[in-house]
Each structure stands twice: as C-alpha cells, then as structure tokens.
Design a binder for this molecule. Structure first.
Ligand SMILES: [Zn+2]
Length: 93
C-alpha cells in the first residue's frame, strides 16, 4: 500500500523562491521549490491538496511549504516566501 502511493506521486519543479534566510543554516538563499502531487484516483476524488517542498541549496535541509504559498506561486501571483511558511522535514546535520 505504501509503495503504491509512492508510485502515484508526481513531482513538479516550481523553480526558485525569493531570497530568504534559511531557518536551519541562517544563510540568505533562494530555495528550490517542488510540488508533490498525489496523482492517484483516490486523491483526485478526495481533492487532496498537493504538498509543496522547499530545499535549501546551502545546507540541503528539506521543508514543508505552506500550501497557500504554493497555490499563489502556481497561479503566478507575486508572493514572498517567509520563514514561517516553512516547517523542517529533514535536517542534514
Ligand atoms: Zn539552509
């Protein structure tokens, strides 16, 4: 079951964020943004929101991104990624 749901994940490259200070390493950088979309039929019917992921190029920390920011970014709205929009998933240290 777990393997099946991973097969259905679709990752989209959303480009870079604005420059912000990474909450993990404290360096100002542009985060790499990705969207993880569950492309399974079940997720489609449940209208499951896609998950935004940010990666710090300086320290390789991985963050969960506020879904609201991902929606605005996809809609082309000018929006600023702020440290409170990020919650740490993986820290390299
Ligand atoms: Zn960092």
């Amino acid at each position: 079951m777990a393997i099946k749901s991973i097969e259905n994940l679709k990752t989209t490259d959303l480009g870079n964020s604005d420059v912000l200070v990474c909450p993990v390493c404290g360096k100002a950088t542009e985060m790499r943004l990705f969207e993880n979309e569950d492309a399974s039929m079940v997720a489609h019917f449940l209208k499951k929101p896609s998950q935004g992921i940010a990666v710090c190029p300086k320290c390789a920390a991985v963050f969960d991104v506020n879904p609201h920011y991902i929606e605005e970014k996809k809609n082309g709205t000018v929006c600023t990624l702020e440290p409170p929009d990020l919650s740490v998933i993986v820290k390299s240290t």
